[in-house]
Design a protein around this ligand. Structure first.
Ligand SMILES: C[S@@+](CC[C@H](N)C(=O)[O-])C[C@H]1O[C@@H](n2cnc3c(N)ncnc32)[C@H](O)[C@@H]1O
Length: 247
């Protein structure tokens, strides 16, 4: 069920809260029945916002994949500012992709600009509006995990760094930056990687600055132009989908 949320004055400001001004469906409340308000007398406005969303997110069905025989992709979003909706958009681009729906997304990790690392399960349904997304993020940071409806599975959870300890050994870690001198055609680049290698893509989710090169094996640019993280990710997903013939 979708709850219309009232807009009292400051309409322009509210509209800007949505990812790139998009009005898109609200998903969290499809988990109705588990909604819990957590307002306290001393709650801050941010905490109140967090209390408006549910503690559990529904999972979406994705095609189960034999993880023992097929390699997959892992995304790491670096330096994400949770106050800025851009990371939500980048996460949605990954979760909505056919790569994920085909079951080949192994993992998604987000490291915030404050150094908090969290894991997003590939089948989680992330809220599609900034307001609800930031509420979930606040809950995650307070409770350290968010569980699936009626299950024990943690769909989102804060984990200990470094992220490299969670990566498969047979993986190639590829960092992205417009400033890299190695400009590649992403489709050719991905096509040339051996099929027995997992692909780990490290993309910046910050507004300014670039990712650290410390743990990547290669550092590439995929366009002559600076791209948004979401666009960069969609180009990466397209290349992988072409390689693995995911249509
Ligand atoms: C909004 S940008 C971050 C801004 C930052 N000034 C930069 O270019 O790295 C988001 C991320 O998308 C990726 N990206 C953007 N343009 C790219 C390009 N032309 N080639 C490769 N990656 C790119 C990078 O990982 C970047 O950190």
């Amino acid at each position: 069920m979708v709850r219309p949320y009232g807009i009292k004055g400051h309409k322009r400001k509210r509209r800007e809260e949505n990812y790139e001004k998009e009005e898109i469906e609200q998903v969290v409340e499809e988990t109705a029945g588990t909604t819990e308000k957590s307002k306290t007398a001393a709650a801050t406005p941010d905490e109140e916002k967090a209390g408006e969303v549910v503690h559990e997110l529904a999972g979406i069905p994705i095609v189960p994949c034999d993880q023992s025989t097929k390699t997959g992709v892992i995304f790491i979003l670096e330096k994400a500012s949770l106050e800025v909706g851009k990371v939500g958009k980048a996460i949605l681009t990954i979760l909505d992709s056919p790569v994920n729906k085909s079951g080949r997304l192994r993992a998604l990790y987000v490291r915030t600009d404050k150094g908090v690392l969290f894991e997003v399960k590939p089948h989680v349904r992330i809220p599609r509006t900034y307001k609800r997304f930031s509420g979930i993020m606040l809950q995650l940071l307070q409770k350290l995990s968010i569980t699936a409806v009626g299950k024990r599975e943690k769909l989102l959870r804060v984990i200990k760094g470094p992220v490299t300890q969670y990566l498969p050994i047979n993986s190639q870690k590829i960092g992205f930056s417009h400033s890299s001198e190695k400009l590649v055609d992403m489709r050719d680049y991905v096509a040339a990687v051996n099929d027995d290698v997992n692909l780990v893509f490290v993309v910046g989710a910050m507004a300014h600055g670039k990712i650290d090169k410390e743990y990547v094996d290669d550092f590439i640019s995929i366009s002559d132009y600076p791209l948004s993280a979401a666009y960069c990710i969609s180009r990466v997903c397209n290349a992988v989908e072409q390689k693995w013939k995911i249509v």
